[in-house]
Ligand binder design. Structure first.
Ligand SMILES: [Zn+2]
Length: 333
């Protein structure tokens, strides 16, 4: 009787000891920056954050301005790491923790964008694009690029085939569809034209008179109807750069944030992927992970950037897991 109890008492601490034995010792991660060729270590001063991802868990390291990070007692079930900093694409790597790990940042991914200006005037007569309107459209892209870098998404929007904005006011087949009810039908029409008014290697944003969303036609609404081979969204003539960036988020494999503040962790209306919001201002690192590794992201569908590591994230699988969409390193905005 006593003997059995004794074994039971011993068995508990043995289990605990075995669990600790699985954890590696302190692990050092060195951050390398391709843009510093003479000294590959990233220059200190820029805030860097790291997510460690396992099949069941995500660990967000606190942001640091150093060029190395040390983790205490790393659990080797964390098999992937992604690091984030401004001015670079995230550094992504499979990690084993058998030796010190290096995470190498590369230049931001250049993602081609074409804005098709179909009908940009209030009256809906679709006149030729004025220089004022052209400048406004250029500023949308400037703002979007500033935010993509500020939020460490690691993407820079660049003109598709050398052209950022195409004046389609003379393309009657498109201007007759200026009040868009059905983004997919619009996409098919644009692809049918000769030459096609869709660039299959780029994001395509069509600025039209109005877009109908949930039964209401508005000049500030947007609608994404991208598929595997064509990244397409329509936006109304008064859509803000934040709305355009929301639609681009869809093209980068992001879904709507429908959570409440209590289960999202902050005000979800401030996230770029909130369906209806006028206060959108941030992406999370969990979302940026999807932008890069999401199966349907334009980075993979158009640029084939992560051919073996891309994955479907919702639901997340044990073989190719993803952090939760609200996982974050920085408590921003
Ligand atoms: Zn949306």
């Amino acid at each position: 009787m006593n003997w059995r109890v004794h074994v039971l008492v011993i068995a508990v601490p043995l289990t605990v000891a075995a669990a600790f034995a699985l954890a590696a010792d302190d692990a050092t991660v060195t951050l390398e920056c391709a843009t510093v060729p003479t000294a590959p270590q990233c220059p200190p001063g820029t805030s860097t954050g790291v997510l460690l991802i396992s099949a069941t868990n995500t660990f967000a390291a606190p942001p640091t301005t150093k060029s190395t990070l040390t983790f205490g007692s790393v659990d080797d079930s964390f098999k992937e790491a992604m690091a984030f900093r401004r001015g670079s694409a995230p550094a992504y790597k499979h990690v084993t923790w058998t030796t010190a790990e290096t995470l190498a940042f590369t230049d931001r991914v250049e993602l081609p964008l074409r804005i098709w200006a179909v009908c940009t005037d209030d009256a809906g007569t679709c006149p030729a694009l004025t220089s004022t309107r052209r400048t406004q459209l250029e500023k949308i892209v400037t703002h979007a690029n500033g935010k993509l870098n500020g939020e460490r998404v690691g993407i820079m929007l660049v003109p598709a085939n050398g052209t950022l904005i195409s004046d389609e006011s003379g393309t009657g087949d498109l201007t007759e569809l200026k009040d868009v009810d059905d983004c997919a039908a619009f996409k098919e029409k644009a692809a049918m034209l000769s030459p096609a008014r869709v660039v299959t290697t780029a994001l395509n944003i069509y600025v039209v008179h109005t877009v109908r969303v949930r039964g209401e036609a508005g000049p500030g609404f947007g609608q994404d109807c991208s598929d595997r081979t064509k990244k397409v969204a329509v936006v109304g003539r008064k859509a803000s750069w934040r709305t355009v960036l929301h639609e681009i988020g869809h093209m980068l494999a992001l879904e709507h944030v429908e959570e409440t503040a209590s289960n999202w962790g902050s005000d979800p209306k401030e996230n770029f992927m909130r369906d209806f919001s006028t206060t959108r201002k941030f992406f999370t690192e969990g979302q940026i992970f999807r932008v890069h590794l999401g199966q349907r992201s334009a980075l993979n569908d158009l640029l084939n950037r992560y051919p073996t590591d891309k994955r479907f994230c919702d639901p997340s699988t044990a073989a190719l897991p993803c952090p939760k969409p609200n996982e974050r390193v920085w408590d921003e905005p």
